[in-house]
Design a binder for this molecule. Sequence first.
Ligand code: TXA
Ligand code: MG
Length: 341
Amino acid sequence: MRTVETELLGVNGVSIQKAAMLLRSGKLVGIPTETVYGLAANACDADAVAGIFKVKGRPQDNPLIVHISGLDMLADVAALVPPAARKLAAAFWPGPLTMVLPRGKAMPDVVSAGMDTVGVRMPSHPAALAVIKAAGVPLAAPSANLSGSPSPTTAEHVKEDFNGRIPLILDGGPCQVGVESTVISLVGQPTVLRPGYITPQQLQEALGQEVKLSPTLTRPLQEGEKPTSPGMKYRHYAPKAELTLVRGSFKNFEAMMEEKRAPGVFALCFEGEQGRLPVPAIAYGIEENAVSQAAELYAALRRLDDMGAHTVYARMPQTQGVGLAVYNRMLRAAAFREIEV
Ligand code: TXA
Ligand code: MG
């Protein structure tokens, strides 16, 4: 249903003020961050936050991340800031790291989907920081995509999903990181709930303490298993096409694609491989460079949908460092289908 005219504005003093004014009056605004675009609302306004769930079609039990522009805002968001959180904030904020902390009183239930914890992060994108500062309130912001579709890394992606549903999108250009923030729980033993650009190794070094990896980063939830992060339950980041990850050499991949070749069958490969494959192919970054893969993955998934792909075979990303984040998103996009050739 289209109800409003959606404006797409470049980032400047005037558009920042406009975004802040809309946010203060309970409206939703698409904003750039260094990871992916966010669909922002005033985190202290329960009705505005409820609007995010409605517009995204987001399951009611999946909590949102609250974005702050300075440590002074943290006191409103979190009830307690343990020394480990101070260390990580000093090392990685502003930046692509979300910490799960005990929830503060100013945060309505709906932000945390009723949980007694809250995810909080200070983004490094100058436009995101400027909007939060101008609004003067913390902003709840999930990725600005319809629930289940690939996260948006350009303002155009946000428009594809929300044209006519939100009044304003700020266009800050393509996102540098390209995958969502690393989420670490600091309630109990430090545990990575979602891998991202900030790696487990970096977190461990900054904390001087062991960091656990949630076992569900690279496998599905098992029957009856309780998720540590509700987001783990849902099929995520998924293109419309059926995606399968393919472990093995390029030579074997090429041979397999020769057999699979049919209308609607596409490959998701690395830069430079497209012309050597017998099917239409889209690249997601450079084989040896996980950072480039993170930056390009979601746009590549959207492009496959635009081209009408119904079956996609993907070259395996690395699985360490930033590669773990890429692998985690691709596994979910593939509903955990992975084969070896
Ligand atoms: O990079 C990002 O984090 C982007 C940009 C916009 O900042 N935001 C984002 O939000 O990815 P979203 O809503 O798409 O993902 C939030 C994830 C979900 O997997 C959710 O389950 C988890 O964080 N999460 C949020 N609050 C949590 C909490 N209190 N406990 C456990 N997991 C939480
Ligand atoms: Mg999301």
